[in-house]
Design a protein around this ligand. Structure first.
Ligand SMILES: [Zn+2]
Length: 270
């Protein structure tokens, strides 16, 4: 998509593209880096560079065993309507995709960010101020949100999947509670008529982002209830439904990942 993005930018300005911000390391958000690196400086949180350069090897070393373990577990579950089984199958698909991605990885073709930051970085473009902020690990451990205060626009990356359940990459340091912290930060720091650009789904407004926060907080409350009732992780995945949010859809994923990650966090007191 990178050439198409450049084309679209050229339709609205004849100014050069000087900077590219990676909101996290996932390939659907960094795959265009080699094209942009020819003319732009790439900026990202400190954690993104090692994830791009070193993580593929970790994935190649550790995922085959993890995949085998999940396959063994799935083989023991026969009921096709079992929501836990569906969640495992969805995890399996994702891990296989990540493993293939890691195997195809060529270090000489990757264009990692050359400017990295810890908690925040401000870029001054003429009279325009651009604030790049890392609040807390949420989607991954290297999330960044980009604020354009003059334009009243915020790009929140994968802190927000508009109309979809979030995907929390716990293997890369993601956290459900972190999602809530990031959204709270946005809600507390921008004027109410700010436009919100999500990492996936259509551009929207703060009301939709607030609703997403409610979904995440309710999900956490449901998981807390299940933990208090002594339910296991598997029972929580099987039992929790988020029927009050019909507009937020599972798409290709089940609720398994979100419930499993939240369950582990609640159990660990995080
Ligand atoms: Zn992502």
């Amino acid at each position: 998509m990178a050439p198409g993005i450049v084309e679209q930018i050229k339709k609205v300005t004849d100014r050069p593209i000087r900077y590219l911000v990676n909101t996290h390391y996932h390939s659907d958000h960094t795959g265009g880096n080699p094209l942009f690196a020819a003319f732009a400086d790439i900026i990202a949180h400190d954690a993104v560079r090692p994830r791009l350069l070193e993580y593929p090897r970790t994935v190649q070393q550790t995922f085959p065993d993890r995949i085998k373990a999940i396959e063994t577990e799935v083989a023991g579950l026969k009921d096709p309507a079992d929501r836990y089984r569906a969640a495992l199958l969805s995890d399996l698909d994702l891990m296989k995709f990540l493993l293939e991605d890691a195997r195809a990885f060529k270090i000489e073709t990757v264009a990692p960010p050359r400017l990295t930051f810890d908690s925040r970085l401000t870029v001054f473009l003429g009279d325009q101020r651009v604030e790049i902020v890392h609040v807390a690990p949420a989607h991954t451990d290297g999330d960044a949100m980009v604020f354009f205060p003059g334009e009243k626009v915020v790009h929140v990356g994968d802190i927000f999947f508009n109309g979809m359940y979030p995907f929390i990459d716990a293997l890369a340091g993601g956290s459900e509670n972190g999602y809530i912290k990031n959204i709270d930060y946005v809600l507390a720091h921008v004027p109410p008529d700010t436009k919100v650009i999500p990492g996936h789904g259509a551009a929207t407004d703060l009301a939709a982002l607030k609703r997403y926060r409610d979904f995440l907080a309710d999900l956490r409350a449901e998981v807390e209830k299940a933990v208090k009732a002594g339910k296991s992780r598997i029972e929580a995945i099987r039992g929790i439904r988020m029927d009050g949010y019909p507009e937020i859809k599972p798409l290709s994923r089940t609720l398994g990942n979100e419930i499993a990650v939240t369950y582990d966090e609640v159990k660990a007191g995080r």
